[in-house]
Every structure is written in structure tokens, then in C-alpha cells.
Design a protein around this ligand. Structure first.
Ligand SMILES: [Ca+2]
Ligand SMILES: [Ca+2]
Length: 193
């Protein structure tokens, strides 16, 4: 068997694996808020992974950068903790901190904390890391499915099922909108004095 032939075989495997993943999700697509006054909830759907990791909400901003950071809930500095792929219960939901506008890009981090094989997989994959990190997270805007590949790409299986979530958006409840408008009116009144 020639070296060229071996190389072609390896390439075919990679393309098939990538094709399967892309039929459902596109790695690296930004999570874009679809309408103004949106609340975002993330639901934990499950995992098929040996590695252990936590998902965080970094904050919101543009496709390449966080502008408004979420409040840190632990000492990782990664913002709002959302779920752990081995400790959270399927169906657990978390409300993301903030109210969002159409076009805002929500940013997340997946922090791998415990690894098995290969043993060099400790890493933090972030949607604002344009080097490679953002390609470890994949969002399907039609279903809301948001999935993670937790293996380093140089020895990855690219199955994107190592931590599985769903992001849903809903309009801020009407009473809250009225309260905000009322607050705005109050501020305007005070400013005129
Ligand atoms: Ca897996
Ligand atoms: Ca995987």
C-alpha cells in the first residue's frame, strides 16, 4: 500500500465524520438572540463522554468578543455557571443572566475539569476564542440544540455529544416590561427636575 493511498483513506474518514456532524449542527455558529426583550434559558439534555466539564455563560456581545460580562458564580472567572455534564440532572434548566436584544451574540465556555483518555485534554473551550476554541461548541438555531466536543481536535472523535444542551428564547413577561417602562418614566421625571 502506497503512502498516498493511506493518506486518502484517512482523509475520507475525516470527511465522513464531519459530514455527519454538519447534517445536524454547524460547529462555531454564533448564538444570536432572535428578538428584542429576550430571556434565554438553557436546558441540560445529557452526555456521552468520559471527560467531565462545566458549561458557563460568559456574557453577551459581538460574534468575536464579549462586551457585557456575566457575573462570576465561582472562582474560574468564566461567568455564570450553568451545568456539569456528569452532575447535572437531565432536564435541569438555568436562566441566563440578563435581558437581550435582537442580534446580541451570547458567549459560552466549556471547561474540561477531569479527563480519562487521552489524558492531555484539560482545556477551556470558548465561543470568543477565534483560534480554535469556538469550534468545540455548536448551535442549531432551528432546534436550539447546543452541543460540545470535549476532545482536543488532534485526537477527537468529533461526535459533538459530550455535553448536550438546548437554548430557548422567550419574550420578557408583559408585567416586567410595564415595570421597566414605569421605571423609565420615573427616571425621566426625576431628570426633568
Ligand atoms: Ca462522546
Ligand atoms: Ca467527543
Amino acid at each position: 500500500m502506497s503512502h498516498m493511498h493511506q493518506f486518502s483513506g484517512a482523509m475520507a474518514v475525516v470527511l465522513i465524520a464531519a459530514g455527519v456532524a454538519r447534517a445536524e449542527i454547524v460547529a462555531g455558529d454564533p448564538v444570536i438572540v432572535p428578538f428584542d426583550g429576550a430571556l434565554a434559558t438553557i436546558e441540560y439534555l445529557g452526555e456521552e463522554a468520559d471527560y467531565t466539564g462545566d458549561l458557563y455563560f460568559l456574557g453577551w456581545g459581538e460574534e468575536i468578543a464579549v462586551i457585557e460580562w456575566a457575573t462570576s458564580t465561582d472562582n474560574t472567572g468564566l461567568g455564570q455557571w450553568l451545568a456539569n455534564n456528569h452532575n447535572s440532572d437531565i432536564g435541569d434548566t438555568m436562566l441566563l443572566e440578563g435581558t437581550f436584544s435582537a442580534g446580541d451574540v451570547l458567549h459560552f465556555a466549556y471547561n474540561v475539569t477531569e479527563v480519562t483518555d487521552p489524558p492531555d485534554g484539560i482545556a477551556t473551550y470558548r465561543t470568543d476564542d477565534r483560534d480554535e476554541g469556538y469550534l468545540h461548541l455548536a448551535w442549531d438555531f432551528e432546534t436550539g440544540d447546543f452541543v460540545v466536543e470535549d476532545l482536543p481536535f488532534y485526537e477527537s472523535d468529533f461526535d459533538y455529544n459530550d455535553a448536550q444542551f438546548r437554548i430557548t428564547f422567550e419574550a420578557i413577561p408583559a408585567p416586567a416590561v410595564l415595570a421597566l417602562l414605569g421605571l423609565g418614566g420615573l427616571v425621566s421625571t426625576r431628570r426633568r427636575r
